[in-house]
Design a protein around this ligand. Structure first.
Ligand SMILES: Cc1ncc(COP(=O)(O)O)c(C=O)c1O
Length: 365
């Protein structure tokens, strides 16, 4: 069943499941604000489980102490495409009669894996513009259970159409990337050009000001046909797109091993990662240095347990100190891009710069 975005698909699923007020959905610390927003909009309560710092995913051990008679479901995120230990999550869900929702939002497996998305009761897909398959916007729910499927089909049928103006604004993204951002990248003209587009309200934000305040519209919209067509086009190229990401992941992994980068144990050579995380001290300062050299590593997943950083944390229900590993990770993370448009030459240049930044500073006299 298709909807206008991944977050709308998650909300539709929770509605189709008939989540009752106060029922709890376990999610991980270190996630995007749109996830708790969808849970709140459906009447549920997000409960935040800490993550395993080697995979950035929740684990059966971090979830167990949070289970209660109100627990209804858990959402496994496979952060940045690093696979969670889905077998043990499946076992835990079976033992406690909990629904397992797998998100294939950060990565989409192909014939070469990773083996994710096959054990969840439901799977959420996103076709957002920064995702493995891009339709600029769009999302889907896959369901294994006939009753929920029927409810989802009805929600899909009654969802309203996106306005033509919003569809035009979505399509603006491709034009902006090709005609404005890429040609003007690195020049002083880029910022004013993007500012003008924003002032003209041409740009559809990935996370809106309302969403940053914890709100989500309860009105479900259909995926625009043009976005569905683009997503299908992208899906047909998935193997190639993933191969590009695998090549970049393998490059950073090899380079990192040779240069003793502080990397995650959960990253293996064959993963088509959405981004390649490193953990460094003073990550914010290092990003600022790189930004001046036109290397932008701030992807919204830095400095915040619920991302992006400028959200209203109180509205998410997350209390500081709940998930210490997630809080440490988000402070120290430096994410290297693995976007299919990135070349190996650009990756090498970035890797060399990271080597310099990771060198211990000489002791002052
Ligand atoms: C973990 C997670 N789940 C769900 C979503 C929602 O996807 P979409 O942007 O298509 O709404 C996102 C968006 O980035 C996300 O990071």
């Amino acid at each position: 069943m298709l909807f206008e975005s991944g977050r709308a698909s998650l909300y539709a699923l929770l509605k189709a499941l008939g989540i009752k007020p106060g029922e709890e959905i376990i999610v991980q610390g270190y996630t995007c604000v749109v996830v708790p927003n969808a849970i709140h909009a459906a009447g549920g309560v997000p409960i935040y489980a800490d993550i395993d710092p080697d995979s950035l995913n929740l684990t059966a051990e971090t979830i167990l102490p949070l289970l209660s008679p109100h627990t209804r479901a858990l959402i496994c995120q496979h952060t940045f495409g690093i696979p969670a230990d889905i077998q043990s999550l499946r076992k835990l869900c079976d033992e406690h009669s909990i629904i397992l929702i797998e998100e294939l939002v950060h990565a989409m497996p192909d014939q070469k894996g990773p083996d994710i998305g096959s054990l969840g009761d439901y799977v959420i897909l996103s076709f957002g513009r920064d995702k493995a398959i891009s339709g600029i916007s769009g999302g889907a729910v896959l369901s294994r259970h006939a009753r929920t499927t029927a409810a989802l089909l009805e929600l899909e049928r009654t969802a309203i159409h996106e306005s033509w103006w919003n569809v035009m604004r979505l399509l603006e993204y491709a034009t902006r990337m090709h005609s404005v951002v890429r040609p003007l990248a690195g020049t002083p003209l880029l910022k004013p050009a993007v500012w003008i587009l924003q002032k003209l309200r041409m740009i559809v934000l990935v996370v809106t000001p309302e969403e940053k305040k914890g709100r989500m519209s309860p009105i479900l919209k259909k995926i625009p046909n043009v976005c569905a067509e683009l997503a299908l086009f992208s899906l047909n190229k998935l193997q190639n797109l993933n191969e590009r990401r695998r090549t970049l992941t393998a490059f950073f992994l090899r380079h990192g091993r040779e240069h003793n980068w502080p990397m995650l144990a959960g990253i293996t050579v064959n993963l088509p990662l959405q981004k390649f995380p490193l953990f460094v001290l003073n990550a914010r300062a290092k990003r600022a240095v790189l930004k001046k050299e036109n290397m932008h590593l701030d992807d919204g997943w830095t400095g915040c347990v619920i991302c992006p950083e400028d959200i209203d944390l109180t509205e998410t229900g997350y209390e500081n100190g709940t998930d210490p590993a997630a809080e440490r990770v988000c402070r120290q993370i430096l994410s290297l891009p693995t976007h299919p448009t990135m070349t190996l030459i650009q990756a090498e240049r970035l890797a060399r710069r990271i080597d310099q930044l990771l060198k211990p500073e000489p002791a002052s006299m």
